[in-house]
Design a protein around this ligand. Structure first.
Ligand code: ZN
Length: 267
């Protein structure tokens, strides 16, 4: 009897020691069976974690565990047992902190949020922590249902590019080194992630656009900073041009088309 109790204590300790506590944003949900889901969570300290949420669709029992079916874009406190790369982690607890109700009633915001989720999944490798980008995504999802929607989305695209190691250089001419001028034409070279002023040139495919758009992008605050600043709507046409530029850049950097991109092209 004593041996059994001891063995139980060891396995309990073992189970607890393997459990990792983190915050997570739900980026992908697939029903796995009548009662379970396979999810991909962007965790703050442990990066992307593909995981199985066993029994998440069963009626909630009281106490610890999974608080209910996981929904896209929600953020929660979680515990999980990690597995070697390629295997699904086991989600042992999920407690929703923000269901983002405003976003669920705002179609342009919701569409951009879905695209943010896809961008994050495409641009990061599993198990690679990016806590700053996690904070940026959380801030962006909060802003997408408000007046900052379009600028916040662009700021998140820039943050994602930066974290993937493809930070574009927008503020200065790559050839002469001078700052771009807002009232002059400029060129952006997607494959080199650099810009030139109207007077300089370099070989390669280029996008011609007004200097003020590249300058505005270079001055855009990070989403986690923007969240605490006064809201600014921005010029619709300039925002459209910048959005096309950044989404093209993300597709180029990841060598993948964004499936949800069409959701935002006309909203
Ligand atoms: Zn120049």
């Amino acid at each position: 009897m004593a041996a059994l109790a001891n063995g139980g204590a060891i396995s309990y300790y073992h189970r607890m020691s393997n459990n990792i506590r983190d915050m997570g944003i739900c980026l992908r949900v697939v029903d796995f069976s009548e009662t379970s889901q396979v999810v991909t969570l962007f965790t703050r300290e442990n990066g992307l974690q593909p995981a199985i949420a066993k029994g998440s669709k069963r009626p909630k029992k009281s106490g610890a565990g999974i608080s209910g079916p996981l929904d896209l874009l929600t953020i929660g406190e979680m515990m999980f047992i990690p597995k070697p790369t390629g295997d699904l982690a086991i989600l042992t607890s999920w407690d929703v902190q923000n269901y983002r109700p405003a976003l669920r009633h705002d179609l342009p915001g919701l569409n951009r949020a879905l695209l943010c989720a896809e961008i994050t999944l495409n641009i990061l490798q599993p198990h690679d922590p990016h806590p700053e980008l996690f904070d940026d995504l959380d801030a962006t999802l909060d802003m997408l249902a408000g007046p900052q929607c379009r600028r916040a989305f662009l700021a998140y695209c820039l943050a994602a590019l930066e974290h993937a190691g493809f930070s574009p250089a927008f503020s200065r001419c790559h050839v002469c080194g001078k700052p771009l001028l807002p009232d002059q034409p400029a060129q952006f070279f997607p494959h080199a992630s650099t810009a030139t002023c109207g007077q300089c040139d370099r070989p390669g495919e280029r996008v011609r656009l007004p200097g003020n758009i590249l300058l505005a992008l270079s001055r855009l605050p990070r989403p986690s900073e923007m969240k605490n600043m006064e809201a600014r709507a921005g010029n619709a046409q300039a925002l459209n041009t910048a959005q096309v530029l950044l989404l093209d850049q993300i597709e180029l950097a990841t060598d993948r088309k964004l499936k949800t991109r069409s959701l935002v092209e006309w909203s």
